[in-house]
Ligand binder design. Sequence first.
Ligand code: PUT
Length: 329
Amino acid sequence: MEMEGRRREVVVSSLQFACSDDISSNVASAERFPLSPLSLPLFSFSLLLEKKVNFAHNLLCRLVREAHAKGANIVLIQELFEGYYFCQAQREDYFQRAKPYKDHPTIARMQKLAKELGVVIPVSFFEEANTAHYNSIAIIDADGTDLGIYRKSHIPDGPGYQEKFYFNPGDTGFKVFQTKFAKIGVAICWDQWFPEAARAMVLQGAEVLFYPTAIGSEPQDQGLDSRDHWRRVMQGHAGANVVPLVASNRIGKEIIETEHGPSQITFYGNSFIAGPTGEIVAEADDKTEAVLVAQFDLEKIKSKRQSWGVFRDRRPDLYKVLLTMDGNL
Ligand code: PUT
């Protein structure tokens, strides 16, 4: 029986777009020249003057604004959106793409945008921390406050996705962030394949899970398409934890010069939003720019989560084997 109760509505959004690799341009130009019909003459003039305008950031700002116009409270942008997914190659010059967390220009820019629009924005970035490097994400609250960072815990390695060359395994542990609209859990890409990470975030009170991603074709096997596997695994996290889940993945073909010649990945998008039983409530295709939105009543979902009993009936005393690598206690 459902009783009348409090409501706490939140609108979540997932962006999907193709990244450019014009990372040398500055974020400020993106904000000065947003791509709206009124600003097009100014934008053209800026092109003449500056030659280099960061289309990725212009696009990004436009898409965040579009999400806001659709009512979004929390907007997820894909993993490492500042440029191409450089982990296709092991190149020492790519370490120059890392920047310290403090005074990071893209985070600062997104803080301004978050405050202006009143939306929460997790900002994925390549972090330099003295001698360490992390695949990190800063959570920006709706008033522009930086709530802190999560550093990606599971670092993949393999053809096309050679992240271990660049990133230390994250040391923050799985985290939740109390934002204006919801307590959220944010993990990054490869983390999405690990149910332990999702469970850890929901145990700490996450009401919605967010996964920015960069995944597509596998350079070593043109016949391998992981998109359905990718989606079903995360749908399982949503259903098993009775929480909505938001995934954002890039689209587009990216060709990068590697130590073995050119390598390419076609990113398959398929960004989606799942409801608390794992059902897909919004989805994008593999080629089209998208701004997905979905609305959830977090109080209603909390009530379902409580009554379904999957947290009541947990047996942590029997889960010690999960703390081993080989299953031997
Ligand atoms: N983003 C990492 C994906 C790895 C696919 N093999």
